[in-house]
Write a protein that binds this ligand. Structure first.
Ligand code: ZN
Length: 136
């Protein structure tokens, strides 16, 4: 069994932004030389998330809008007394900080409409994602 790990950086431009990182993940899986196994994509941050979904512009706007409805900015959170980004942490917890996908034929086994998306929730910042591939 092989274990391969690497990181890549994403520079975000807005406070809340969704970035398609599928190409970076596919690139890491190809580099790993793993044909069959699993790939994990992990956000090393408390105010960014990783999800799998469709990067259609209207849907991306809907995700941002629903997050802001569910967890509005500045709604009296205790953490806002420390660094004023409680909504970012809470939204990140809701979405999750990693995804794991099957690797089949040397590629992440994504469906036709699926992409790996980094959800920036307290940008703009430079984010680091770690990709770990295991298998053979
Ligand atoms: Zn904070």
């Amino acid at each position: 069994m092989k274990v391969y790990t690497t990181t890549f950086n994403v520079k975000t431009k807005s406070r809340v932004e969704i970035v398609d990182v599928t190409d970076d993940v596919v690139g890491a899986v190809r580099e790993s030389d793993v044909e069959t196994g699993l790939v994990n994509v992990h956000s090393r941050h408390t105010t960014a998330a990783v999800i799998v979904n469709e990067p259609e512009t209207g849907l991306l706007n809907d995700i941002v809008s629903v997050l802001s409805d569910l967890i509005p900015e500045g709604a009296g959170y205790e953490h806002d007394r420390i660094d004023n980004n409680a909504d970012s942490h809470l939204r990140a917890i809701l979405l999750g900080n990693s995804v794991t996908l099957p690797v089949v034929g040397g590629e992440p086994d994504l469906g036709t409409w699926q992409s790996v998306l980094l959800v920036e929730l307290d940008g703009p910042r430079t984010r680091t994602l770690r990709v770990t591939v295991i298998g053979e």
